[in-house]
Design a binder for this molecule. Structure first.
Ligand SMILES: Cc1cc2nc3c(=O)[nH]c(=O)nc-3n(C[C@H](O)[C@H](O)[C@H](O)COP(=O)(O)O)c2cc1C
Length: 386
Protein backbone atom coordinates (compact mmCIF):
# COMPACT_ATOMS: atom_id res chain seq x y z
CA UNK A 1 0.00 0.00 0.00
CA UNK A 2 1.50 3.31 -1.03
CA UNK A 3 0.34 6.86 -0.48
CA UNK A 4 1.59 9.91 -2.27
CA UNK A 5 3.12 13.06 -0.69
CA UNK A 6 1.32 14.10 2.50
CA UNK A 7 -0.61 10.87 2.50
CA UNK A 8 2.65 9.02 2.80
CA UNK A 9 3.20 10.11 6.39
CA UNK A 10 -0.48 9.67 7.23
CA UNK A 11 -0.29 6.18 5.77
CA UNK A 12 2.72 5.35 7.90
CA UNK A 13 1.05 6.58 11.07
CA UNK A 14 -2.30 4.92 10.54
CA UNK A 15 -0.90 1.77 9.13
CA UNK A 16 -2.11 -0.92 6.84
CA UNK A 17 -5.59 -1.36 8.26
CA UNK A 18 -6.74 2.07 7.11
CA UNK A 19 -5.13 1.37 3.79
CA UNK A 20 -7.08 -1.79 3.18
CA UNK A 21 -10.24 -0.16 4.53
CA UNK A 22 -9.92 2.69 2.02
CA UNK A 23 -9.11 0.25 -0.74
CA UNK A 24 -12.13 -1.92 -0.16
CA UNK A 25 -14.66 -1.74 -2.96
CA UNK A 26 -17.45 -1.01 -0.48
CA UNK A 27 -15.80 2.22 0.64
CA UNK A 28 -15.14 3.17 -2.95
CA UNK A 29 -18.81 2.63 -3.77
CA UNK A 30 -19.87 4.76 -0.81
CA UNK A 31 -17.53 7.60 -1.78
CA UNK A 32 -18.56 7.45 -5.45
CA UNK A 33 -22.25 7.43 -4.55
CA UNK A 34 -21.91 10.37 -2.16
CA UNK A 35 -19.91 12.33 -4.73
CA UNK A 36 -22.73 11.75 -7.22
CA UNK A 37 -25.18 13.27 -4.74
CA UNK A 38 -23.16 16.47 -4.35
CA UNK A 39 -23.22 19.51 -6.59
CA UNK A 40 -20.98 18.41 -9.51
CA UNK A 41 -18.42 21.16 -9.12
CA UNK A 42 -18.11 20.65 -5.37
CA UNK A 43 -17.75 16.90 -5.96
CA UNK A 44 -14.91 17.64 -8.37
CA UNK A 45 -13.17 19.99 -5.93
CA UNK A 46 -13.54 17.37 -3.19
CA UNK A 47 -11.94 14.72 -5.38
CA UNK A 48 -9.03 17.00 -6.27
CA UNK A 49 -8.56 17.91 -2.59
CA UNK A 50 -8.56 14.21 -1.58
CA UNK A 51 -5.99 13.38 -4.24
CA UNK A 52 -3.82 16.35 -3.23
CA UNK A 53 -3.85 15.17 0.35
CA UNK A 54 -2.89 11.69 -0.71
CA UNK A 55 -5.98 10.13 0.82
CA UNK A 56 -6.68 8.06 -2.23
CA UNK A 57 -4.82 4.79 -2.00
CA UNK A 58 -2.84 3.69 -4.97
CA UNK A 59 -2.93 0.38 -6.74
CA UNK A 60 0.28 -1.47 -6.16
CA UNK A 61 -0.28 -3.94 -8.98
CA UNK A 62 2.21 -3.72 -11.82
CA UNK A 63 0.79 -3.21 -15.31
CA UNK A 64 1.06 -6.14 -17.68
CA UNK A 65 3.95 -5.98 -20.13
CA UNK A 66 1.29 -6.36 -22.81
CA UNK A 67 -0.06 -2.88 -22.01
CA UNK A 68 3.28 -1.10 -22.38
CA UNK A 69 3.20 1.15 -25.39
CA UNK A 70 4.74 4.21 -26.95
CA UNK A 71 3.54 7.43 -28.56
CA UNK A 72 5.83 10.09 -30.05
CA UNK A 73 8.78 8.44 -28.32
CA UNK A 74 7.10 8.61 -24.90
CA UNK A 75 7.06 5.26 -23.14
CA UNK A 76 3.78 4.55 -21.39
CA UNK A 77 3.15 1.83 -18.81
CA UNK A 78 -0.34 1.51 -20.29
CA UNK A 79 -2.30 3.33 -23.03
CA UNK A 80 -4.93 4.95 -20.77
CA UNK A 81 -4.68 8.62 -19.89
CA UNK A 82 -6.71 11.07 -17.84
CA UNK A 83 -8.23 13.56 -20.29
CA UNK A 84 -7.85 17.33 -19.95
CA UNK A 85 -10.27 19.21 -17.73
CA UNK A 86 -9.96 17.01 -14.63
CA UNK A 87 -6.64 18.41 -13.37
CA UNK A 88 -6.96 21.91 -14.78
CA UNK A 89 -4.22 23.42 -12.63
CA UNK A 90 -1.64 20.63 -12.58
CA UNK A 91 -2.24 19.71 -8.95
CA UNK A 92 -2.71 15.94 -8.97
CA UNK A 93 -0.89 14.44 -11.93
CA UNK A 94 1.50 12.51 -9.66
CA UNK A 95 -1.44 11.00 -7.76
CA UNK A 96 -3.10 10.00 -11.04
CA UNK A 97 0.10 8.25 -12.08
CA UNK A 98 0.10 6.35 -8.80
CA UNK A 99 -3.53 5.36 -9.23
CA UNK A 100 -2.45 3.70 -12.46
CA UNK A 101 -3.03 6.02 -15.42
CA UNK A 102 -0.44 5.61 -18.16
CA UNK A 103 -0.38 9.38 -18.64
CA UNK A 104 -2.19 12.48 -17.56
CA UNK A 105 -3.08 15.67 -19.43
CA UNK A 106 -3.32 18.78 -17.27
CA UNK A 107 -5.13 21.98 -18.27
CA UNK A 108 -6.50 23.70 -20.23
CA UNK A 109 -4.14 26.41 -19.01
CA UNK A 110 -4.31 29.96 -20.37
CA UNK A 111 -1.59 32.62 -20.05
CA UNK A 112 -3.50 34.62 -17.41
CA UNK A 113 -5.71 33.17 -14.72
CA UNK A 114 -9.44 33.47 -15.37
CA UNK A 115 -12.52 32.52 -13.41
CA UNK A 116 -14.52 30.96 -16.24
CA UNK A 117 -18.25 31.20 -16.77
CA UNK A 118 -20.85 31.85 -14.12
CA UNK A 119 -21.95 28.91 -11.98
CA UNK A 120 -23.75 26.55 -12.35
CA UNK A 121 -21.72 25.45 -15.36
CA UNK A 122 -21.31 21.70 -14.86
CA UNK A 123 -24.25 19.30 -15.20
CA UNK A 124 -24.83 15.56 -14.96
CA UNK A 125 -27.24 13.69 -17.20
CA UNK A 126 -27.55 10.79 -14.82
CA UNK A 127 -29.65 8.40 -16.88
CA UNK A 128 -27.44 8.64 -19.94
CA UNK A 129 -24.14 8.85 -18.04
CA UNK A 130 -23.24 12.08 -19.76
CA UNK A 131 -21.96 15.48 -18.68
CA UNK A 132 -22.58 18.94 -20.07
CA UNK A 133 -20.01 21.58 -19.15
CA UNK A 134 -19.59 25.22 -19.96
CA UNK A 135 -16.73 25.84 -17.54
CA UNK A 136 -15.00 28.35 -19.86
CA UNK A 137 -11.34 27.62 -19.09
CA UNK A 138 -11.41 28.43 -15.38
CA UNK A 139 -7.77 28.11 -14.37
CA UNK A 140 -4.95 29.71 -12.40
CA UNK A 141 -2.84 30.66 -15.42
CA UNK A 142 0.56 29.68 -16.82
CA UNK A 143 2.83 30.77 -14.01
CA UNK A 144 1.26 28.85 -11.13
CA UNK A 145 0.89 25.65 -13.16
CA UNK A 146 4.46 26.02 -14.44
CA UNK A 147 5.88 26.27 -10.91
CA UNK A 148 3.97 23.13 -9.86
CA UNK A 149 5.18 21.18 -12.89
CA UNK A 150 8.74 22.39 -12.44
CA UNK A 151 8.75 21.09 -8.87
CA UNK A 152 7.29 17.79 -10.03
CA UNK A 153 9.82 17.41 -12.83
CA UNK A 154 12.58 17.04 -10.28
CA UNK A 155 10.74 14.34 -8.34
CA UNK A 156 8.02 12.25 -9.98
CA UNK A 157 8.39 13.00 -13.63
CA UNK A 158 10.53 10.05 -14.51
CA UNK A 159 7.63 7.68 -13.91
CA UNK A 160 4.75 9.91 -15.00
CA UNK A 161 4.05 11.11 -18.49
CA UNK A 162 2.41 14.53 -18.27
CA UNK A 163 0.89 16.43 -21.14
CA UNK A 164 0.10 20.12 -20.81
CA UNK A 165 -3.03 21.31 -22.59
CA UNK A 166 -2.77 24.99 -23.55
CA UNK A 167 -5.45 27.49 -24.52
CA UNK A 168 -6.27 31.15 -24.98
CA UNK A 169 -7.72 33.71 -22.57
CA UNK A 170 -11.23 34.71 -23.51
CA UNK A 171 -10.31 38.44 -23.58
CA UNK A 172 -7.10 37.89 -25.55
CA UNK A 173 -6.45 40.23 -28.51
CA UNK A 174 -4.72 37.45 -30.40
CA UNK A 175 -5.57 33.81 -29.65
CA UNK A 176 -2.61 32.49 -31.68
CA UNK A 177 -0.17 34.43 -29.54
CA UNK A 178 -1.57 32.78 -26.40
CA UNK A 179 -0.69 29.35 -27.84
CA UNK A 180 2.80 30.56 -28.78
CA UNK A 181 3.20 31.70 -25.16
CA UNK A 182 1.99 28.27 -24.00
CA UNK A 183 4.68 26.51 -26.05
CA UNK A 184 7.29 28.94 -24.75
CA UNK A 185 6.22 28.52 -21.11
CA UNK A 186 5.77 24.75 -20.87
CA UNK A 187 8.30 23.30 -23.34
CA UNK A 188 10.78 22.37 -20.61
CA UNK A 189 8.33 20.74 -18.17
CA UNK A 190 5.82 18.97 -20.43
CA UNK A 191 6.28 15.52 -21.96
CA UNK A 192 3.91 16.71 -24.67
CA UNK A 193 1.76 19.76 -25.37
CA UNK A 194 -1.82 19.87 -26.61
CA UNK A 195 -3.24 22.89 -28.39
CA UNK A 196 -6.89 22.85 -27.50
CA UNK A 197 -8.72 24.71 -30.25
CA UNK A 198 -11.98 22.84 -29.85
CA UNK A 199 -13.59 23.96 -26.60
CA UNK A 200 -17.10 25.21 -27.38
CA UNK A 201 -17.06 27.45 -24.30
CA UNK A 202 -14.70 30.24 -25.42
CA UNK A 203 -16.30 32.38 -28.10
CA UNK A 204 -14.41 32.22 -31.40
CA UNK A 205 -11.90 29.59 -30.24
CA UNK A 206 -13.09 26.85 -32.56
CA UNK A 207 -12.64 29.19 -35.55
CA UNK A 208 -8.94 28.35 -35.19
CA UNK A 209 -9.80 25.00 -36.79
CA UNK A 210 -10.55 26.73 -40.09
CA UNK A 211 -8.00 26.82 -42.85
CA UNK A 212 -6.22 30.19 -42.72
CA UNK A 213 -6.36 30.47 -38.93
CA UNK A 214 -5.02 26.94 -38.47
CA UNK A 215 -2.22 27.57 -40.95
CA UNK A 216 -1.10 30.58 -38.92
CA UNK A 217 -1.48 28.73 -35.59
CA UNK A 218 0.62 25.78 -36.74
CA UNK A 219 3.21 28.04 -38.39
CA UNK A 220 3.76 30.24 -35.35
CA UNK A 221 3.63 27.62 -32.60
CA UNK A 222 5.92 25.19 -34.41
CA UNK A 223 8.34 28.03 -35.16
CA UNK A 224 8.34 28.86 -31.44
CA UNK A 225 9.19 25.26 -30.61
CA UNK A 226 12.08 25.34 -33.07
CA UNK A 227 13.36 28.58 -31.48
CA UNK A 228 13.09 27.09 -27.97
CA UNK A 229 15.41 24.27 -29.07
CA UNK A 230 13.62 21.90 -26.67
CA UNK A 231 11.86 19.21 -28.60
CA UNK A 232 8.42 18.58 -27.15
CA UNK A 233 5.77 16.74 -29.16
CA UNK A 234 2.76 18.94 -29.98
CA UNK A 235 -0.78 17.62 -30.46
CA UNK A 236 -3.85 19.42 -31.77
CA UNK A 237 -7.19 18.65 -30.08
CA UNK A 238 -10.14 18.89 -32.41
CA UNK A 239 -13.92 18.88 -32.20
CA UNK A 240 -16.25 16.00 -33.08
CA UNK A 241 -18.53 18.52 -34.80
CA UNK A 242 -16.29 18.96 -37.86
CA UNK A 243 -17.72 17.79 -41.17
CA UNK A 244 -15.84 15.66 -43.70
CA UNK A 245 -14.65 18.67 -45.70
CA UNK A 246 -13.26 20.30 -42.57
CA UNK A 247 -11.52 17.04 -41.69
CA UNK A 248 -9.99 17.04 -45.21
CA UNK A 249 -8.58 20.53 -44.73
CA UNK A 250 -7.20 19.87 -41.26
CA UNK A 251 -5.60 16.58 -42.37
CA UNK A 252 -3.92 18.33 -45.28
CA UNK A 253 -2.46 21.12 -43.16
CA UNK A 254 -1.36 18.73 -40.42
CA UNK A 255 0.43 16.45 -42.87
CA UNK A 256 2.22 19.44 -44.42
CA UNK A 257 3.41 20.60 -41.00
CA UNK A 258 5.69 19.23 -38.28
CA UNK A 259 2.78 18.71 -35.90
CA UNK A 260 3.21 15.44 -34.01
CA UNK A 261 -0.32 14.21 -33.55
CA UNK A 262 -4.03 14.76 -33.03
CA UNK A 263 -6.40 14.32 -30.11
CA UNK A 264 -9.90 13.36 -31.24
CA UNK A 265 -12.14 14.59 -29.73
CA UNK A 266 -13.35 17.31 -27.45
CA UNK A 267 -16.98 17.62 -26.32
CA UNK A 268 -19.84 18.10 -28.80
CA UNK A 269 -22.41 20.87 -29.12
CA UNK A 270 -24.77 18.44 -30.87
CA UNK A 271 -27.66 17.01 -28.88
CA UNK A 272 -28.81 14.55 -31.57
CA UNK A 273 -27.56 11.57 -29.63
CA UNK A 274 -29.32 12.25 -26.34
CA UNK A 275 -32.84 11.93 -25.00
CA UNK A 276 -34.57 14.49 -22.82
CA UNK A 277 -33.75 14.28 -19.14
CA UNK A 278 -32.87 16.69 -16.38
CA UNK A 279 -30.11 19.06 -17.60
CA UNK A 280 -30.19 17.80 -21.19
CA UNK A 281 -31.11 21.29 -22.44
CA UNK A 282 -28.19 23.04 -20.76
CA UNK A 283 -25.76 24.86 -23.07
CA UNK A 284 -22.16 23.68 -23.34
CA UNK A 285 -20.13 20.69 -24.46
CA UNK A 286 -21.56 17.20 -24.07
CA UNK A 287 -19.29 14.32 -23.03
CA UNK A 288 -19.63 10.79 -21.69
CA UNK A 289 -21.33 7.68 -23.03
CA UNK A 290 -23.52 9.35 -25.71
CA UNK A 291 -20.44 10.98 -27.29
CA UNK A 292 -18.80 7.64 -27.99
CA UNK A 293 -20.13 6.82 -31.46
CA UNK A 294 -19.74 10.33 -32.90
CA UNK A 295 -16.22 10.90 -31.57
CA UNK A 296 -15.10 7.42 -32.66
CA UNK A 297 -16.47 7.87 -36.17
CA UNK A 298 -14.63 11.21 -36.52
CA UNK A 299 -11.46 9.58 -35.23
CA UNK A 300 -11.70 6.81 -37.83
CA UNK A 301 -12.49 9.30 -40.60
CA UNK A 302 -9.39 11.28 -39.64
CA UNK A 303 -7.29 8.10 -39.46
CA UNK A 304 -8.30 7.36 -43.07
CA UNK A 305 -7.09 10.81 -44.08
CA UNK A 306 -3.76 10.98 -42.22
CA UNK A 307 -2.63 7.39 -42.75
CA UNK A 308 -1.26 4.93 -40.23
CA UNK A 309 1.79 6.86 -39.05
CA UNK A 310 0.40 10.00 -37.43
CA UNK A 311 -0.14 9.44 -33.68
CA UNK A 312 -3.74 9.94 -32.56
CA UNK A 313 -5.02 10.02 -29.00
CA UNK A 314 -8.65 8.83 -28.96
CA UNK A 315 -11.04 10.32 -26.41
CA UNK A 316 -14.79 10.66 -26.08
CA UNK A 317 -17.31 8.47 -24.32
CA UNK A 318 -15.08 5.57 -23.26
CA UNK A 319 -17.04 3.86 -20.46
CA UNK A 320 -16.04 0.18 -20.50
CA UNK A 321 -13.33 -2.21 -21.65
CA UNK A 322 -15.37 -2.87 -24.79
CA UNK A 323 -15.54 0.82 -25.74
CA UNK A 324 -11.82 1.25 -24.98
CA UNK A 325 -11.02 -1.63 -27.35
CA UNK A 326 -13.33 -0.15 -30.01
CA UNK A 327 -11.55 3.22 -29.78
CA UNK A 328 -8.20 1.52 -30.44
CA UNK A 329 -9.68 -0.56 -33.27
CA UNK A 330 -11.03 2.67 -34.83
CA UNK A 331 -7.49 4.02 -35.07
CA UNK A 332 -6.44 5.52 -31.74
CA UNK A 333 -2.86 4.74 -30.68
CA UNK A 334 -3.69 5.49 -27.05
CA UNK A 335 -6.84 6.65 -25.27
CA UNK A 336 -8.07 9.10 -22.65
CA UNK A 337 -11.23 9.36 -20.61
CA UNK A 338 -12.88 11.58 -18.04
CA UNK A 339 -16.72 11.60 -17.80
CA UNK A 340 -17.22 7.87 -17.22
CA UNK A 341 -14.96 8.07 -14.16
CA UNK A 342 -17.60 10.30 -12.56
CA UNK A 343 -20.17 7.50 -12.91
CA UNK A 344 -18.02 4.40 -12.55
CA UNK A 345 -15.27 5.59 -10.21
CA UNK A 346 -11.58 4.88 -10.56
CA UNK A 347 -12.20 1.10 -10.57
CA UNK A 348 -13.08 1.54 -14.24
CA UNK A 349 -9.39 1.99 -14.94
CA UNK A 350 -8.58 -1.52 -13.69
CA UNK A 351 -11.57 -2.94 -15.54
CA UNK A 352 -10.35 -1.41 -18.81
CA UNK A 353 -6.80 -2.64 -18.27
CA UNK A 354 -8.01 -6.18 -17.58
CA UNK A 355 -10.25 -6.06 -20.66
CA UNK A 356 -7.39 -4.89 -22.88
CA UNK A 357 -5.09 -7.69 -21.72
CA UNK A 358 -7.89 -10.20 -22.31
CA UNK A 359 -8.43 -8.85 -25.82
CA UNK A 360 -4.70 -9.03 -26.62
CA UNK A 361 -4.76 -12.69 -25.54
CA UNK A 362 -8.04 -13.47 -27.31
CA UNK A 363 -6.79 -12.11 -30.63
CA UNK A 364 -3.45 -13.85 -30.34
CA UNK A 365 -1.67 -10.51 -30.41
CA UNK A 366 1.46 -9.69 -28.43
CA UNK A 367 0.82 -6.18 -27.30
CA UNK A 368 -2.00 -3.65 -26.98
CA UNK A 369 -0.56 -1.72 -29.93
CA UNK A 370 -1.61 -4.64 -32.15
CA UNK A 371 -5.25 -3.69 -31.50
CA UNK A 372 -4.79 -0.28 -33.14
CA UNK A 373 -6.59 0.44 -36.41
CA UNK A 374 -8.04 -2.99 -37.13
CA UNK A 375 -11.53 -1.60 -37.86
CA UNK A 376 -10.97 1.89 -39.21
CA UNK A 377 -13.18 1.57 -42.28
CA UNK A 378 -16.15 0.16 -40.37
CA UNK A 379 -16.02 2.97 -37.83
CA UNK A 380 -15.49 5.64 -40.50
CA UNK A 381 -18.53 4.51 -42.45
CA UNK A 382 -20.77 4.52 -39.39
CA UNK A 383 -21.03 0.75 -39.09
CA UNK A 384 -19.27 0.66 -35.75
CA UNK A 385 -21.34 0.89 -32.60
CA UNK A 386 -20.83 0.13 -28.92
C1 LIG B 1 -15.96 19.05 -16.81
C2 LIG B 1 -15.12 18.93 -18.05
C3 LIG B 1 -14.14 19.86 -18.28
C4 LIG B 1 -13.35 19.76 -19.42
N1 LIG B 1 -12.34 20.67 -19.62
C5 LIG B 1 -11.52 20.52 -20.68
C6 LIG B 1 -10.43 21.40 -20.86
O1 LIG B 1 -10.17 22.30 -20.07
N2 LIG B 1 -9.65 21.22 -21.98
C7 LIG B 1 -9.88 20.23 -22.88
O2 LIG B 1 -9.13 20.10 -23.86
N3 LIG B 1 -10.89 19.36 -22.71
C8 LIG B 1 -11.71 19.49 -21.64
N4 LIG B 1 -12.74 18.60 -21.48
C9 LIG B 1 -12.98 17.56 -22.51
C10 LIG B 1 -12.34 16.23 -22.17
O3 LIG B 1 -10.94 16.34 -22.11
C11 LIG B 1 -12.71 15.18 -23.23
O4 LIG B 1 -12.19 15.56 -24.48
C12 LIG B 1 -14.22 14.99 -23.35
O5 LIG B 1 -14.85 15.12 -22.11
C13 LIG B 1 -14.59 13.65 -23.95
O6 LIG B 1 -14.14 12.58 -23.15
P1 LIG B 1 -15.08 11.83 -22.07
O7 LIG B 1 -16.37 11.52 -22.77
O8 LIG B 1 -14.30 10.63 -21.66
O9 LIG B 1 -15.28 12.79 -20.95
C14 LIG B 1 -13.55 18.70 -20.34
C15 LIG B 1 -14.55 17.74 -20.08
C16 LIG B 1 -15.33 17.85 -18.95
C17 LIG B 1 -16.39 16.81 -18.70
Amino acid sequence: MKYNSIGNSIGTVLGKSLGSFLRSSKVRDISRDSLLKMDPEIAHQTTIAALRLGFVPTHSSVDSEKLKTEICGLELKNPIGMAAGFDKNAQVSAALGEIGFGFCEVGTITPNSQSGNEKPRLFRLLKQEAIINRMGFNNEGHEIAYQRLKKLSTSHKASNIIGVNIGANKDSDDFVLDYVRGVQRFADVADYLTMNISSPNTKGLRDLQSNEALKRLLGETLAQRARAKIFVPIFLKISPDLDEKELDEIAKLVLQSDLDGLIISNTTISRNMIENEENSNEAGGLSGKPLFNLSTQKLAQMRQRVGVDLPIIGVGGIHSAKSAIAKLNAGANVIQLYSALVYEGMDLLDEIKAGLVKEVNRTGAENVSDLVGTQVDDWASGKGEV
